[in-house]
Write a protein that binds this ligand. Structure first.
Ligand code: 7TS
Length: 410
């Protein structure tokens, strides 16, 4: 994998920020888009734009064919059995909300359990919290080990016969830790629970096989994997999608509307109300083509090598705390850290002065930060177009910031 060559596909990376060449390390929030994806968006709007699934004219047929071809690309990318199991959404958040409302409200009853973990993003907490409040169920959090990994012993204890849903991130957006989804699926299925996976931070970074994971649902976002914003995917096993109700109504999800009731279209259209994000879907297909041409295993290995390179350098800085496992094998390219006595927002602002973009805050994971007993952290998140030079620039900028704030000199 030649990161320097791949970078050339990303025009946005070749700019200066505060007179310094940009180092973009906020890929967990959103990734940049290669020319190949931008070209597809432009091409679609310039030449093919039409509404899908309804027109018989040539443009409508072309748009529909391209949109459905993108669905097939997604199916192949995650190894779903059939295209009917691939639903286009607005993103991970939408997918998780659909499951919580459309299925959760049907199968979770008073006194039942919904099991999540201490490291979830708000999008994989709040929909379940709302469901638990509505039906009178219990929301239970699996604890973490001291290294920040999901504690499987605790998971075994908490996934009881009362559990109806287990919903866990495949990879943490804060600590970068990768969770053992196969084992969690097995635990969930032993008690007849539905296994939901938040794949926002994994689908962009590693090869996926939803059948091997035995996930019942798997949600992810296009914008975190070189695609546009406003498009995402919810994979669901047919057996559950047949049971699950749509939560939005109108447009293409309809089969027939009578005066007093309506019937729904076949899968996957049953869930896709209104005019979808057609350009977004087609461009997500182009993003998948782009990622597959590099190779998902190559991307994963490259990011782990970057973590292996930068983590010891980061840990060697006086006063630095890194959250999550120190073993790169257990990592995606996401690293959360703090520097003693320096507020992460000040750090992020100072790094921006050096052209280095990182995120600071609670990363939409407030329960995790409470669990880790910190208010906020800085977070550097790498993708395949980042290089060792980017990692060095981060380390240099941290040293410069420490000097500026007088750390280590007092
Ligand atoms: N789940 C995880 C694990 C995430 O990291 C995110 C977004 C979401 C769900 C929600 O995805 P969306 O596309 O529906 O918004 N995470 C982040 C982040 O870490 N910084 O900004 C967004």
């Amino acid at each position: 994998m030649d990161a320097l060559k791949l970078r050339e596909d990303f025009p946005i990376l070749f700019q200066t920020v505060n007179d310094e060449p940009l180092v973009y390390l906020d890929n967990a929030a959103t990734t940049q888009k290669p020319k190949q994806v931008l070209d597809v968006l432009k091409h679609y709007y310039e030449l093919d734009n039409a509404n899908v699934h309804r027109g018989v004219h040539t443009l409508a047929e072309r748009a529909t064919a391209d949109y459905e071809a993108a669905r097939e690309k997604v199916r192949h990318f995650i190894n779903a059995k059939e295209n009917a199991e691939v639903l286009f959404t607005r993103g991970t958040t939408t997918g998780l909300n659909w499951v919580a409302r459309g299925l959760g409200e049907k199968i979770v009853k008073k006194g039942d359990r919904i099991v999540i973990s201490q490291m979830e993003h708000h999008s994989n907490i709040v929909p379940w919290q709302e469901l638990a409040h509505k039906v009178g169920a219990e929301l239970v959090y699996i604890d973490l080990t001291v290294e920040g990994e999901l504690d499987l012993v605790d998971a075994k204890k908490k996934i009881t016969s009362h559990t109806k849903i287990v919903s866990i991130a495949h990879a943490s957006n804060v600590m970068g830790v990768i969770n053992p989804i196969e084992q969690l699926s097995a635990l969930a299925h032993e008690v007849g629970a539905v296994m939901v996976v938040d794949g926002a931070q994994s689908a962009p970074h590693m090869a996926l096989d939803v059948q091997a994971l035995d996930a019942d649902f798997y949600a992810f976002s296009g914008h975190k994997m070189c695609g546009p914003t406003g498009i995402g995917v919810l994979y669901g096993k047919r057996q559950w999608l047949e049971v699950m109700d749509p939560v939005e109504f109108g447009g293409e999800m309809i089969d027939f509307v009578y005066h007093d009731h309506s019937t729904w279209a076949e899968l996957p259209y049953k869930f896709e109300a209104g005019t979808p994000n057609i350009a977004g879907g087609i461009a997500l297909g182009a993003a998948i083509d782009y990622l597959e041409a590099i190779g998902m295993d190559e991307i994963h290995a490259y990011e782990q090598a970057l973590v292996e390179y930068v983590l010891p350098k980061l840990l060697a800085i006086d006063g630095v705390t890194v959250y999550g496992p120190s073993d790169p094998e257990k990592h995606t390219g996401v690293i959360a850290f703090n520097i003693d006595g320096l507020h992460p927002h000040d750090l992020a602002t100072a790094l921006d002065m050096e052209g280095v973009a990182v995120r600071a805050g609670h990363h939409c994971a407030q329960p995790l930060l409470k669990y880790l007993a910190v208010q906020s952290t800085a977070r550097a998140s790498f993708y395949f177009y980042n290089t060792k030079e980017d990692a060095d620039r981060l380390i240099e900028a941290i040293h410069a910031t420490k000097e500026f704030f007088g750390h280590g000199f007092i």
